[in-house]
Design a binder for this molecule. Structure first.
Ligand SMILES: Cc1cc2nc3c(=O)[nH]c(=O)nc-3n(C[C@H](O)[C@H](O)[C@H](O)COP(=O)(O)OP(=O)(O)OC[C@H]3O[C@@H](n4cnc5c(N)ncnc54)[C@H](O)[C@@H]3O)c2cc1C
Length: 222
């Protein structure tokens, strides 16, 4: 069976589903191929943090800050609860060595526009009374937020299906061929999809897809 689409997405985790949603919104036809169940990879085994403070100043922090702004409006846009909460976050500091590192890190993050600060011991215990007493300080950013990855994937999936996305579950991609200026994706069970573009959203397994295209993707599952 051969299907025709503008874009094929390999992997039905949060990245594959989000990419599908925004491509559909841009008017593209999209198929998602998932080798097991939707969200069966890292996206259902993770925590729930939109943690800006852990991001290195530079592109990672800039993207995280833009991403947070997108999350704020996403429940309204998707019309579903995604468990978004903005409660702030802290990184606890144990000794002077860590404090020095974090002071420098926080200074750089502030220069990128993040509202983060170092708070002293007294403020730390006021905010978090159950932290071990030997801790000496903490960072604090009111921007650190949370989202429920399961609800988020459900909302992207629901909206994607409503917008005409095709989802092939239990369909591992096993080969990729070039046919003229298009791609032919081969999934198990004889499912073939012809498309203009492929998005590799196979998470920790992306290198296996890279091999099908003679591309070295330096990601290793651990
Ligand atoms: C313990 C833990 C805690 C984490 N906590 C956080 C956190 O607090 N905040 C945060 O932002 N991030 C966190 N992360 C990271 C986050 O989970 C990942 O960045 C995110 O889930 C990656 O999504 P993904 O869609 O790229 O990958 P995945 O969710 O792994 O999706 C990849 C999908 O591709 C499929 N696939 C693989 N090979 C093929 C194939 N050949 N054909 C078809 N499908 C294929 C897989 O089955 C899988 O479903 C955490 C991760 C872990 C492990």
């Amino acid at each position: 069976m051969v299907f025709k689409k503008d874009v094929c997405i390999i992997g039905g985790g949060v990245i594959g589903l989000a990419t599908a949603y925004y491509l559909l919104k841009a008017g593209k036809s999209v198929a998602v191929l998932e080798r097991a169940e939707i969200g069966s990879g890292a996206s259902s085994s993770c925590d729930d943090m939109i943690l800006l403070q852990s991001k290195k100043p530079g592109i990672a922090l800039t993207l995280a800050m833009e991403s947070l702004e997108m999350y704020r409006d996403l429940p309204r846009e998707l019309g579903m609860d995604i468990g978004f909460l903005s409660l702030g976050g802290m990184i606890i500091i144990e000794d002077d060595k860590q404090l020095k590192i974090m002071e420098n890190f926080v200074k750089q993050q502030i220069s990128y526009g993040l509202d983060v600060e170092i708070v002293d011991r007294k403020t730390l215990f006021k905010k978090q009374p159950h932290v071990a007493r030997y801790m000496i300080a903490s960072t604090y950013s009111k921007s650190d937020s949370q989202v429920n990855p399961l609800l988020l994937m459900r909302a992207f999936l629901h909206n994607g299906l409503r917008m005409g996305m095709d989802v092939f579950r239990h369909t591992p991609v096993i080969d990729i061929d070039r046919i003229g200026d298009r791609w032919m994706l081969k999934g198990e069970k004889g499912i073939n999809i012809e498309c203009d573009s492929i998005v590799i959203a196979a998470g920790a397994w992306s290198a296996e897809i890279g091999k099908m295209l003679d591309i070295d993707i330096p990601i290793k599952p651990v």
